[in-house]
Design a binder for this molecule. Structure first.
Ligand SMILES: NC(=O)CC[C@H](N)C(=O)O
Length: 224
């Protein structure tokens, strides 16, 4: 059986947790997990995960490793999943970037707010409402740690955006709900797929529930 190689960008952040989650899966094809630190590592990958951490630092370290341009090229042809800081890097536009700016790979048609839930809540845990994951009726307990917030989903040029998970308004910490927020508000969208790319603003790798990892492998990587 032909193997498939999934890279995890391992410059900073929660890459080891993603590695453990991938190693727990038992997908329909054999998985080879590669920690990516150089352009040569990236060349061996069929898909990539960019973990949570600090988006500015990850971008800077990627630039220093000579990985930034190769990552942009990679994203044009192969699937990438960005979690939290990784979700910022995948977005087309960001607000709240650090002084000096934030380099983006920009392959997903979203505008995202860095640390967008504000300083009042550094982190929180809520059950999500899912769409298209296995056992979707069973909610997913998600950790948000200084998470970004999706502000806008642009009408895409090519592939449409599929919302994969939302935070129901009634479980959002009250300090984060404002009176203009409605059920379809982009700010409630915490996981979305565009083509073969996946974006999650929380940390699926910090739970034992591997459904998002399975979703990425089956729906973004192995799909023809
Ligand atoms: N948990 C995370 O990945 C936090 C992201 C971080 N706030 C950033 O801007 O990069």
């Amino acid at each position: 059986m032909e193997e498939v190689s999934i890279g995890i960008l391992a410059l900073q952040g929660a890459f080891a947790e993603h590695q453990s989650a991938l190693n727990r899966l038992n997908p329909s094809r054999k998985l080879n997990v590669i920690l990516v630190r150089t352009p040569d590592d990236l060349c061996q990958c069929d898909a990539l995960i960019i973990p949570g951490g600090e988006s500015t630092t990850i971008a800077l370290l990627a630039r220093l490793a000579g990985l930034f341009e190769p990552l942009k090229e990679f994203m044009k042809v192969k699937p990438i999943w960005g979690t939290c800081a990784g979700a910022i890097l995948l977005s087309q536009a960001v607000v709240g970037a650090k002084k000096g700016g934030q380099e983006l790979l920009g392959g997903i048609s979203t505008k995202i707010a860095r640390n967008g839930w504000g300083s009042q809540v550094e982190s929180f845990e809520v059950p999500l409402e899912l769409n298209g994951l296995e056992e979707s009726t069973r909610s997913f307990q998600a950790f948000f740690i200084r998470a970004p917030v999706v502000l806008e989903m642009f009408p895409p040029d090519e592939s449409p955006i599929t919302v994969v998970a939302r935070i129901p308004l009634d479980v959002l910490p009250p300090s984060l709900v404002d009176e203009n927020m409605h059920e379809d508000d982009p700010r409630t969208v915490v996981a979305l797929r565009q083509g073969r790319h996946l974006l999650t603003t929380f940390h699926p790798e910090l739970t034992e529930d591997d459904r998002f990892h399975r979703y990425f492998v089956e729906k973004c990587v192995l799909i023809q």
